[in-house]
Ligand binder design. Structure first.
Ligand code: SME
Length: 152
């Protein structure tokens, strides 16, 4: 097994074990962002929650981030619009990238759907390294996003 496959094969059950359907979504997202920060080599990891026509920052770990992102804007808003994960190898080459930290060089954003296939939030992860995220991350993080769907 390659190292990322192995990483996610351990991380997904950890996230699953942390999820508590008897507490609110913010408590769950707080713990999920903490375990992702512990297990993934990243600068920033957290959630932006859909609130009316914009994304609003939710639980996260890492440097202070922007509070609001409009629909379709930045990598996060585009992920919401397209309803699909986006991997950015070099944030400087992504035209509409919203820079929250000058240290961020690459990024992955994954949508989290409710049971009606509406995007309710996005999971955003930033790295100080170029091209830190690949198809294995996308597969692993989409699985983690689907665990969150069970809470919505
Ligand atoms: N880079 C994101 C903004 C959020 S921060 O990375 C935490 C974007 O372009 O949407």
């Amino acid at each position: 097994m390659n190292s990322k496959k192995e990483l996610y094969s351990k991380l997904i059950p950890k996230v699953s074990a942390l999820i508590d359907v008897n507490v609110n979504i913010i408590a769950n997202l707080a713990n999920i962002s903490a375990v992702l920060k512990e297990e993934l080599d990243c600068l920033w990891v957290g959630f932006y929650l859909v609130e009316e026509n914009q994304l609003v920052v939710g639980p996260y770990q890492g440097p202070v981030a922007c509070t609001k992102i409009e629909y379709g804007r930045g990598v996060c808003g585009k992920c919401w619009e397209l309803k699909e994960a986006i991997v950015v190898d070099d944030v400087d080459l992504y035209e509409d990238h919203i820079s929250c930290s000058a240290d961020s060089r690459s990024e992955i954003v994954v949508p989290v759907f409710d049971s009606n296939n509406n995007v309710k939030m996005v999971l955003d992860i930033d790295s100080v390294d170029l091209a830190a995220f690949d198809a294995e991350d996308k597969t692993g993080l989409v699985s983690i996003a689907s665990l969150i769907t069970a809470l919505l």
